[in-house]
Ligand binder design. Structure first.
Ligand SMILES: [Zn+2]
Length: 396
């Protein structure tokens, strides 16, 4: 697949310009990120707003999600009222572990290099280059395009997506198709598991370890709780899977407790991740995890949800699922020469269930190469993406 009206260097430069504006998620910004000047999604959002404006957006909105961290929306009128959305997160992961210059955006060895090139500025850069090109040639997309730059995808709870959803609902938007940009190797992702994340804390009584009878050992009391979560995981694996996403899982991912080798510990906590599948309600799942902890723990314990509550009051988002034979998913697969698949990682799509008639996660490059010590996107992939976006948006 080749793009029709645009050369590969223009695409590469459009992506490189975005890489050169550091937008490390503030929860992961360290000294290396900060030495390059203002860190965060704010500067990138302002630059995107300028480019949206220059390329013919009839509405550009900076929507502050957190202080200095706005989402940015640009509406590009099409030849019809039919509305589609391309959502691209603007934050990147940390650069502290990078062995490469993180923000030079150099184009070398057939790739654009730097943090965010792959995850996920490539999609925004290519879309912008196309819009600029169409503007010059007097072309408009077939559907009206709402281009969304959303903050806080990598860490911190999908806050940009969480904010965009009520904004779109408030505007009364009817979204026909929505594409969430992530590196998927051009395979449309039609399903993602959701995540309920909890912390369990056991309260015991401290004592000299020579007199354990005077205390209540919080770490030992946690052992049957961990075993009970293991049993819950096994129970889930025995269920017939409802979709291609398979079964839910339970994993204990962290533990802390104890203050000294000669002290009976009065506190122990664990973190537990429960991946949820289509059909499971996050509130029911949380309640079940709480019940398991309380039933198995011989000492008083408390269970708290570690994720921010969703706007509709749930402890987490449900899984995202779109049938693999739906028109949009099939279109993306056919035009890319790939097959639909599901993915184990979370994306903004978890916040968008039901917001659009059809939803898919899609983009160039491999998630397996994201978040690493070097980061790059192949220019050939940018050209290929331009072809897919032109097939989708059909400028004329
Ligand atoms: Zn990403």
């Amino acid at each position: 697949m080749r793009s029709t009206g645009i050369d590969s260097l223009t695409l590469a430069e459009s992506v490189a310009e975005l890489v050169r504006i550091p937008s490390v998620n503030p929860l992961q910004a360290g000294p290396r990120a900060e030495e390059h000047g203002p860190v965060g999604e704010g500067a990138l959002a302002l630059r995107l707003a300028e480019r949206f404006d220059a390329y013919g957006a009839d509405e550009v909105v900076l929507d502050e999600v957190l202080p200095g961290r706005p989402n940015v929306y640009g509406r590009f009128p099409g030849r019809s009222e039919r509305l589609v959305v391309l959502d691209v997160h603007t934050d990147t992961v940390s650069v502290e572990h990078m062995t490469d210059p993180p923000f030079d955006g150099r184009v070398e060895d057939g790739s654009v290099w730097g943090r965010g090139a792959l995850d996920t500025k490539a999609s925004m850069g290519v879309m912008l280059a196309l819009l600029a090109d169409w503007r010059r040639r007097g072309l408009r997309p077939a559907p009206t395009l709402l281009l969304v730059g959303s903050v806080s995808e990598e860490v911190g709870g999908l806050l940009g997506a969480t904010r965009f959803r009520p904004w779109a609902e408030q505007q009364g938007l009817h979204i026909d198709q929505m594409l969430v940009a992530e590196p998927t190797e051009f395979r449309p992702i039609h399903g993602l598991k959701g995540l309920v994340l909890i912390e369990v804390t056991v309260h015991g009584t401290a004592a000299h370890s020579a007199r354990p009878d005077l205390g209540a050992n919080a770490i030992e009391a946690m052992a049957p709780v961990i075993a009970a979560f293991g049993a819950e995981h096994e129970r889930l694996q025995a269920l017939p899977p409802a979709t291609e996403l398979g079964n839910g899982t339970v994993s204990v991912t962290g533990i802390s407790g104890g203050t000294g080798t000669n002290v009976i510990p009065d506190l122990c906590s664990i973190s537990v991740g429960r991946r949820i599948v289509p059909g499971e309600d996050p509130a029911d799942v949380l309640e079940r995890l709480q019940a398991i902890a309380h039933a198995s723990c011989p000492l008083p314990c408390e269970v708290t949800s570690l994720l921010p509550t969703t706007p509709d009051g749930r402890p987490a988002s449900p899984a995202f699922y779109q049938r693999p034979d739906s028109g949009f998913v099939r279109f993306l697969a056919d035009v890319s020469g790939t097959e639909p698949t599901t993915a184990p990682f979370g994306t903004n799509a978890l916040r968008y269930t039901g917001l659009a008639d059809e939803l898919a996660v899609f983009g160039p490059g491999s998630i397996e190469l994201a978040h690493q010590a070097t980061e790059r996107i192949a220019v050939a992939d940018l050209v290929r993406l331009a072809g897919v976006l032109e097939a989708w948006l059909a400028p004329a």
